[in-house]
Design a protein around this ligand. Structure first.
Ligand code: NAP
Length: 264
Protein backbone atom coordinates (compact mmCIF):
# COMPACT_ATOMS: atom_id res chain seq x y z
CA UNK A 1 0.00 0.00 0.00
CA UNK A 2 1.32 3.43 -0.96
CA UNK A 3 -0.07 6.43 0.93
CA UNK A 4 -1.04 9.27 -1.39
CA UNK A 5 -1.78 12.97 -0.98
CA UNK A 6 -3.45 14.84 -3.88
CA UNK A 7 -2.63 18.53 -4.49
CA UNK A 8 -4.94 20.57 -6.73
CA UNK A 9 -7.70 18.18 -5.63
CA UNK A 10 -10.63 20.34 -6.74
CA UNK A 11 -9.39 20.90 -10.29
CA UNK A 12 -10.35 18.91 -13.40
CA UNK A 13 -7.36 16.56 -13.17
CA UNK A 14 -7.28 16.61 -9.36
CA UNK A 15 -10.83 15.25 -9.13
CA UNK A 16 -10.08 12.48 -11.64
CA UNK A 17 -6.99 11.58 -9.58
CA UNK A 18 -8.95 11.57 -6.31
CA UNK A 19 -11.38 9.04 -7.83
CA UNK A 20 -8.67 6.86 -9.41
CA UNK A 21 -6.61 6.70 -6.19
CA UNK A 22 -9.63 5.73 -4.11
CA UNK A 23 -10.54 3.00 -6.60
CA UNK A 24 -6.99 1.55 -6.74
CA UNK A 25 -6.51 -1.28 -4.24
CA UNK A 26 -2.76 -0.61 -3.95
CA UNK A 27 -3.10 3.10 -3.09
CA UNK A 28 -4.51 4.76 0.04
CA UNK A 29 -5.68 8.38 -0.09
CA UNK A 30 -4.58 10.04 3.17
CA UNK A 31 -5.09 13.73 2.37
CA UNK A 32 -5.64 16.43 -0.22
CA UNK A 33 -5.07 20.15 -0.73
CA UNK A 34 -6.44 22.90 -2.97
CA UNK A 35 -6.90 26.64 -2.60
CA UNK A 36 -10.61 25.75 -2.52
CA UNK A 37 -10.62 23.65 0.70
CA UNK A 38 -13.32 22.00 2.81
CA UNK A 39 -14.88 19.33 0.59
CA UNK A 40 -14.92 15.63 1.45
CA UNK A 41 -12.63 13.83 -1.03
CA UNK A 42 -15.14 10.99 -1.46
CA UNK A 43 -18.36 12.92 -2.02
CA UNK A 44 -16.52 15.53 -4.16
CA UNK A 45 -16.07 12.86 -6.85
CA UNK A 46 -19.32 10.92 -6.48
CA UNK A 47 -17.97 8.25 -4.10
CA UNK A 48 -19.15 7.62 -0.51
CA UNK A 49 -17.97 10.28 1.99
CA UNK A 50 -14.69 9.15 3.61
CA UNK A 51 -13.92 11.90 6.14
CA UNK A 52 -10.71 12.93 4.34
CA UNK A 53 -11.21 16.65 3.74
CA UNK A 54 -9.48 18.95 1.23
CA UNK A 55 -7.11 21.24 3.18
CA UNK A 56 -5.58 24.57 2.16
CA UNK A 57 -2.14 24.58 3.89
CA UNK A 58 0.09 22.17 1.97
CA UNK A 59 3.13 22.29 4.29
CA UNK A 60 1.04 21.78 7.44
CA UNK A 61 -0.90 18.89 5.89
CA UNK A 62 2.25 17.11 4.66
CA UNK A 63 3.98 17.58 8.05
CA UNK A 64 0.99 16.10 9.88
CA UNK A 65 0.04 13.27 7.49
CA UNK A 66 3.52 12.28 6.23
CA UNK A 67 2.28 10.58 3.04
CA UNK A 68 4.77 8.68 0.87
CA UNK A 69 3.64 10.41 -2.35
CA UNK A 70 2.13 13.79 -3.33
CA UNK A 71 0.42 13.87 -6.74
CA UNK A 72 0.35 17.46 -8.08
CA UNK A 73 -2.03 18.77 -10.74
CA UNK A 74 -2.17 22.49 -9.92
CA UNK A 75 -0.90 25.45 -11.96
CA UNK A 76 2.35 26.29 -13.75
CA UNK A 77 2.96 29.26 -11.43
CA UNK A 78 2.74 27.28 -8.15
CA UNK A 79 3.95 23.77 -9.02
CA UNK A 80 7.66 24.47 -8.34
CA UNK A 81 6.99 25.67 -4.77
CA UNK A 82 4.68 22.70 -4.17
CA UNK A 83 7.35 20.23 -5.28
CA UNK A 84 10.05 21.87 -3.13
CA UNK A 85 7.67 21.77 -0.12
CA UNK A 86 7.01 18.06 -0.69
CA UNK A 87 10.72 17.23 -0.99
CA UNK A 88 11.51 19.25 2.17
CA UNK A 89 9.03 16.95 3.97
CA UNK A 90 10.57 13.83 2.33
CA UNK A 91 7.36 13.23 0.38
CA UNK A 92 7.88 12.00 -3.21
CA UNK A 93 6.23 14.32 -5.75
CA UNK A 94 4.49 12.79 -8.79
CA UNK A 95 4.00 15.84 -10.99
CA UNK A 96 1.54 16.19 -13.84
CA UNK A 97 1.40 19.98 -13.81
CA UNK A 98 3.17 21.30 -16.89
CA UNK A 99 5.16 24.52 -17.36
CA UNK A 100 8.25 23.81 -15.20
CA UNK A 101 11.35 25.45 -16.72
CA UNK A 102 14.63 23.59 -17.29
CA UNK A 103 16.18 25.60 -14.41
CA UNK A 104 13.35 24.58 -12.09
CA UNK A 105 13.74 20.93 -13.10
CA UNK A 106 17.43 21.03 -12.26
CA UNK A 107 16.62 22.64 -8.86
CA UNK A 108 14.15 19.80 -8.25
CA UNK A 109 16.78 17.24 -9.26
CA UNK A 110 19.19 18.72 -6.68
CA UNK A 111 16.52 18.86 -3.95
CA UNK A 112 15.51 15.23 -4.60
CA UNK A 113 19.14 14.17 -4.12
CA UNK A 114 19.81 16.37 -1.07
CA UNK A 115 16.62 15.13 0.64
CA UNK A 116 17.20 11.54 -0.49
CA UNK A 117 13.62 11.54 -1.78
CA UNK A 118 12.78 10.38 -5.32
CA UNK A 119 10.66 12.61 -7.56
CA UNK A 120 8.80 11.96 -10.80
CA UNK A 121 7.55 14.36 -13.50
CA UNK A 122 5.58 13.39 -16.61
CA UNK A 123 4.35 15.92 -19.16
CA UNK A 124 1.83 13.31 -20.27
CA UNK A 125 0.54 10.31 -18.32
CA UNK A 126 -1.44 8.76 -21.22
CA UNK A 127 0.18 5.59 -22.58
CA UNK A 128 -0.83 6.52 -26.14
CA UNK A 129 0.96 9.86 -25.86
CA UNK A 130 4.08 8.12 -24.54
CA UNK A 131 3.98 5.75 -27.53
CA UNK A 132 3.56 8.78 -29.83
CA UNK A 133 6.76 10.28 -28.40
CA UNK A 134 8.75 7.04 -28.62
CA UNK A 135 7.56 6.33 -32.19
CA UNK A 136 8.25 9.95 -33.23
CA UNK A 137 11.84 9.63 -32.04
CA UNK A 138 12.24 6.48 -34.17
CA UNK A 139 10.63 8.07 -37.24
CA UNK A 140 12.81 11.19 -37.00
CA UNK A 141 15.94 9.11 -37.64
CA UNK A 142 14.64 8.53 -41.18
CA UNK A 143 12.44 11.62 -41.68
CA UNK A 144 14.15 14.55 -39.87
CA UNK A 145 11.85 17.30 -41.21
CA UNK A 146 9.06 17.48 -38.63
CA UNK A 147 6.43 19.86 -37.28
CA UNK A 148 4.26 19.38 -34.19
CA UNK A 149 0.66 20.54 -33.77
CA UNK A 150 -0.77 20.28 -30.25
CA UNK A 151 -4.45 20.97 -29.54
CA UNK A 152 -5.90 21.59 -26.06
CA UNK A 153 -8.95 23.01 -24.27
CA UNK A 154 -8.94 26.80 -23.96
CA UNK A 155 -8.41 26.82 -20.17
CA UNK A 156 -4.82 25.59 -20.54
CA UNK A 157 -2.38 28.20 -19.17
CA UNK A 158 0.93 27.20 -20.80
CA UNK A 159 1.94 26.94 -24.47
CA UNK A 160 3.36 24.97 -26.10
CA UNK A 161 2.23 21.94 -24.08
CA UNK A 162 4.70 19.97 -21.96
CA UNK A 163 4.06 16.99 -24.23
CA UNK A 164 5.01 18.96 -27.35
CA UNK A 165 8.24 20.20 -25.74
CA UNK A 166 9.10 16.69 -24.50
CA UNK A 167 8.38 15.25 -27.99
CA UNK A 168 10.68 17.83 -29.59
CA UNK A 169 13.36 17.12 -26.97
CA UNK A 170 13.21 13.37 -27.66
CA UNK A 171 13.34 13.93 -31.44
CA UNK A 172 16.28 16.31 -30.97
CA UNK A 173 18.27 13.43 -29.43
CA UNK A 174 18.40 11.75 -32.88
CA UNK A 175 17.93 14.70 -35.28
CA UNK A 176 20.76 17.06 -36.21
CA UNK A 177 19.63 20.65 -35.57
CA UNK A 178 18.63 22.35 -38.83
CA UNK A 179 16.28 25.12 -39.96
CA UNK A 180 13.16 23.92 -41.77
CA UNK A 181 11.15 25.67 -44.47
CA UNK A 182 12.52 28.09 -47.08
CA UNK A 183 15.73 29.87 -45.95
CA UNK A 184 14.15 33.23 -46.95
CA UNK A 185 10.67 32.65 -45.50
CA UNK A 186 9.08 35.69 -43.79
CA UNK A 187 6.15 35.72 -41.36
CA UNK A 188 3.48 38.19 -42.56
CA UNK A 189 1.72 37.78 -39.20
CA UNK A 190 3.96 37.27 -36.15
CA UNK A 191 3.85 33.67 -34.88
CA UNK A 192 2.54 32.21 -38.16
CA UNK A 193 5.28 29.57 -38.22
CA UNK A 194 4.83 28.68 -34.54
CA UNK A 195 7.49 28.19 -31.86
CA UNK A 196 10.98 27.05 -32.85
CA UNK A 197 12.69 24.12 -31.08
CA UNK A 198 16.08 23.50 -32.75
CA UNK A 199 14.46 24.23 -36.13
CA UNK A 200 11.29 22.15 -35.49
CA UNK A 201 8.12 24.24 -35.48
CA UNK A 202 5.45 23.72 -32.77
CA UNK A 203 1.92 25.06 -33.23
CA UNK A 204 -0.54 25.39 -30.31
CA UNK A 205 -4.31 25.31 -30.87
CA UNK A 206 -6.63 26.32 -27.95
CA UNK A 207 -10.36 25.71 -28.42
CA UNK A 208 -13.33 24.68 -26.28
CA UNK A 209 -14.20 21.03 -26.84
CA UNK A 210 -10.66 19.66 -26.97
CA UNK A 211 -9.06 17.70 -24.07
CA UNK A 212 -5.43 16.97 -25.12
CA UNK A 213 -4.34 16.02 -28.65
CA UNK A 214 -1.13 16.06 -30.66
CA UNK A 215 -0.02 15.42 -34.23
CA UNK A 216 3.59 14.95 -35.25
CA UNK A 217 3.95 15.39 -39.02
CA UNK A 218 7.05 14.16 -40.83
CA UNK A 219 7.75 15.26 -44.42
CA UNK A 220 10.00 13.45 -46.89
CA UNK A 221 10.47 13.17 -50.63
CA UNK A 222 6.97 12.65 -52.09
CA UNK A 223 5.49 11.49 -48.76
CA UNK A 224 4.36 12.54 -45.29
CA UNK A 225 3.86 10.52 -42.13
CA UNK A 226 1.45 11.69 -39.41
CA UNK A 227 1.40 10.21 -35.91
CA UNK A 228 -1.57 11.43 -33.87
CA UNK A 229 -2.74 10.86 -30.31
CA UNK A 230 -6.07 11.93 -28.77
CA UNK A 231 -6.91 11.96 -25.06
CA UNK A 232 -10.71 11.85 -25.24
CA UNK A 233 -11.21 12.32 -21.50
CA UNK A 234 -9.13 12.69 -18.33
CA UNK A 235 -9.46 9.00 -17.43
CA UNK A 236 -6.83 8.40 -20.13
CA UNK A 237 -4.17 9.75 -17.74
CA UNK A 238 -5.17 7.76 -14.64
CA UNK A 239 -3.44 4.36 -15.22
CA UNK A 240 -0.17 6.26 -15.76
CA UNK A 241 -0.67 8.46 -12.68
CA UNK A 242 -1.42 5.44 -10.46
CA UNK A 243 1.55 3.51 -11.89
CA UNK A 244 3.90 6.41 -11.13
CA UNK A 245 2.49 6.74 -7.58
CA UNK A 246 3.25 3.05 -6.97
CA UNK A 247 6.74 3.13 -8.51
CA UNK A 248 8.19 6.50 -7.50
CA UNK A 249 9.50 5.42 -4.08
CA UNK A 250 11.64 2.78 -5.78
CA UNK A 251 13.36 5.35 -8.05
CA UNK A 252 16.37 7.56 -7.32
CA UNK A 253 16.68 11.34 -7.77
CA UNK A 254 14.45 12.90 -10.43
CA UNK A 255 12.88 10.80 -13.20
CA UNK A 256 11.17 12.52 -16.15
CA UNK A 257 8.69 10.81 -18.48
CA UNK A 258 6.35 7.82 -18.18
CA UNK A 259 8.46 6.02 -20.81
CA UNK A 260 11.09 5.62 -18.06
CA UNK A 261 8.67 3.36 -16.12
CA UNK A 262 7.69 1.19 -19.10
CA UNK A 263 9.55 -1.43 -21.11
CA UNK A 264 9.89 -0.92 -24.85
P1 NAP B 1 -7.43 23.12 -13.08
O1 NAP B 1 -8.77 22.53 -13.35
O2 NAP B 1 -7.25 24.61 -13.13
O3 NAP B 1 -6.99 22.57 -11.63
C1 NAP B 1 -5.97 23.10 -10.84
C2 NAP B 1 -6.49 23.18 -9.41
O4 NAP B 1 -5.42 23.57 -8.52
C3 NAP B 1 -7.59 24.25 -9.28
O5 NAP B 1 -8.58 23.84 -8.38
C4 NAP B 1 -6.77 25.41 -8.75
O6 NAP B 1 -7.56 26.44 -8.15
C5 NAP B 1 -5.89 24.68 -7.76
N1 NAP B 1 -4.76 25.46 -7.28
C6 NAP B 1 -4.27 26.65 -7.75
N2 NAP B 1 -3.23 27.04 -7.00
C7 NAP B 1 -3.05 26.10 -6.06
C8 NAP B 1 -2.14 25.95 -4.98
N3 NAP B 1 -1.17 26.85 -4.74
N4 NAP B 1 -2.23 24.85 -4.19
C9 NAP B 1 -3.17 23.92 -4.43
N5 NAP B 1 -4.08 24.00 -5.44
C10 NAP B 1 -4.01 25.08 -6.23
O7 NAP B 1 -6.32 22.51 -14.07
P2 NAP B 1 -6.30 21.05 -14.73
O8 NAP B 1 -6.98 21.06 -16.04
O9 NAP B 1 -6.70 20.06 -13.70
O10 NAP B 1 -4.74 20.94 -15.07
C11 NAP B 1 -3.77 21.03 -14.04
C12 NAP B 1 -2.38 20.90 -14.65
O11 NAP B 1 -2.20 19.57 -15.14
C13 NAP B 1 -2.11 21.82 -15.86
O12 NAP B 1 -0.77 22.29 -15.79
C14 NAP B 1 -2.26 20.90 -17.06
O13 NAP B 1 -1.50 21.31 -18.18
C15 NAP B 1 -1.71 19.62 -16.47
N6 NAP B 1 -2.10 18.36 -17.13
C16 NAP B 1 -1.15 17.40 -17.21
C17 NAP B 1 -1.45 16.17 -17.75
C18 NAP B 1 -0.39 15.10 -17.77
O14 NAP B 1 -0.65 13.98 -18.25
N7 NAP B 1 0.81 15.38 -17.25
C19 NAP B 1 -2.74 15.92 -18.22
C20 NAP B 1 -3.70 16.92 -18.14
C21 NAP B 1 -3.38 18.14 -17.56
P3 NAP B 1 -7.96 27.72 -9.11
O15 NAP B 1 -8.87 27.16 -10.17
O16 NAP B 1 -8.66 28.68 -8.21
O17 NAP B 1 -6.67 28.27 -9.68
Amino acid sequence: MTTVFVNGACGRMGQAVLKAVQEDKDLTLVGACDIHGGADTGSLVGLPANGVLVETDLAAALARLQPEVMIDFTRPDVVFDNVMTALAHKVSPVVGTTGLSEEQKSEIRKAAEVNNTPAFIAPNFAIGAVLLMVLSKQAAKYMPDVEIIELHHDNKLDAPSGTAIQTAAMIAEVRAEHKQGHPDEKEKLSGARGADYEGMHIHSVRLPGYVAHQEVIFGGLGQTLTIRHDSLNRESFMPGVCLAAKKVRGLRGLTIGLDQLLEF
